[in-house]
Design a protein around this ligand. Structure first.
Ligand code: ES4
Ligand code: ZN
Length: 326
């Protein structure tokens, strides 16, 4: 069996995928037609051809713009169901799905519409595809902490449908500490905690320290910059903090996949995992991300299996489910 075949065959978990980043051009096109939203493109291919990102900022502009077609509960259902269907074909068994409620409520789409559509897709995906999942609600760090807190409070009636909270969007000048009160309250409510600490971010080490020591996150999204600090590598390893790395995404918003850092951290015993981030934009679902790391780092079967296993180990899936897989 080749490594590509092994990647395809292994049951997998995905811990870092933004549901809004799974909006494929074809679905974007269909939803625009359904909702009477005008797109300045005459085909799904033209939508894709128009994507041009060279860094995080240029990506985020197009990512938020793309969401304008998402308006109704069935839109969010269709979005999530399309992702789950694709994930099932990649043999993904467990998904922790990020969603950005503020990107919708800020344009007038109610929280309730968003979460009901996602929730219904989760139930159908489990029943019909055998893909189990949980939601992680991300706050947008380029908005105010007050807006994040209001969103946290708005989520409480749906507490049982949300497993954890995260922090994403533009990291520069938006450090973890800005959201200390929001995350303290989220912890009180029993949410798991994670935060994006993006590759190559200025102040990355300081942001990672804040996330680990002031916020008390249980995982770091990306987080590969810890290699700059032997102390952090040791701490993250000892505490079995999961790093959710996204190599294909990195090739778009950074200068490389950072697979050499992933390999270095894997060798150091850190719980690194491979994920797809925004696969409809960056053109690579989970298996493609594993294939990229394998192609660049010439992984052994044992190393590949360990990367896949790490995701189940650091997942927040119920213990009974993790026992089934590990
Ligand atoms: C994101 Cl690549 C990336 N970085 C930060 N926030 C995000 N939200 C969706 N994709
Ligand atoms: Zn992300």
């Amino acid at each position: 069996m080749t490594n590509v075949q092994l990647i395809a065959a292994l049951p997998k978990a995905e811990l870092h995928v933004h549901v809004e980043g799974t909006l494929e051009p074809a679905l974007k096109f269909d939803l625009a037609a359904r909702n009477g939203v005008r797109l300045p493109y005459d085909s799904p291919q033209a939508v894709r051809d128009a994507y041009s990102f060279t860094d995080l900022t240029s990506f985020l502009v197009q990512y938020y713009d793309g969401m304008n077609v998402l308006l109704t509960e069935p839109d969010f259902y269709d979005l999530a169901m399309a992702y789950f269907t694709r994930a099932a074909s990649d043999h993904v068994r467990w998904v922790e799905l990020f969603f950005d409620p503020q990107a919708h409520t800020s344009r007038g789409v109610p929280f309730d519409i968003v979460i009901r559509g996602l929730r219904r897709a989760q139930l159908d995906a489990e029943a019909t595809l055998g893909v189990r999942s949980a939601l992680i609600m991300c706050f947008l760090r380029d908005f105010t902490p007050e807006f994040a807190m209001a969103t946290l409070l708005e989520s409480l009636p749906y507490r049982q449908w949300i497993l954890g909270v995260g922090l994403d969007s533009d990291e520069s000048d938006n450090p973890p500490a800005k959201f200390a009160a929001v995350f303290a309250r989220a912890r009180q409510e029993g949410y798991f905690l994670t935060m994006h600490c993006d590759v190559d971010q200025a102040d990355s080490i300081e942001h990672i320290r804040q996330a680990l020591h002031e916020i008390g996150v249980q995982r770091l999204d990306h987080g590969t910059n810890i290699v700059e600090s032997p102390d952090l590598v040791a701490e993250v390893g000892r505490r079995r903090i999961g790093l959710t790395c996204c190599p294909v995404s990195n090739t778009w918003v950074s200068e490389s996949s950072k697979s050499h850092l992933i390999k270095q951290l894997l060798d150091a015993g850190v719980k690194v995992t491979i994920n797809s981030d925004d696969p409809a934009y960056f053109n690579g679902y989970l298996n493609a991300n594993l294939e990229l790391v394998d192609a660049e780092q010439h992984l052994t079967r044992a190393e590949l299996t360990q990367l896949v296993r790490n995701a189940f180990e650091v997942s927040w899936a119920p213990t009974s489910l993790r026992d089934e897989w590990l």
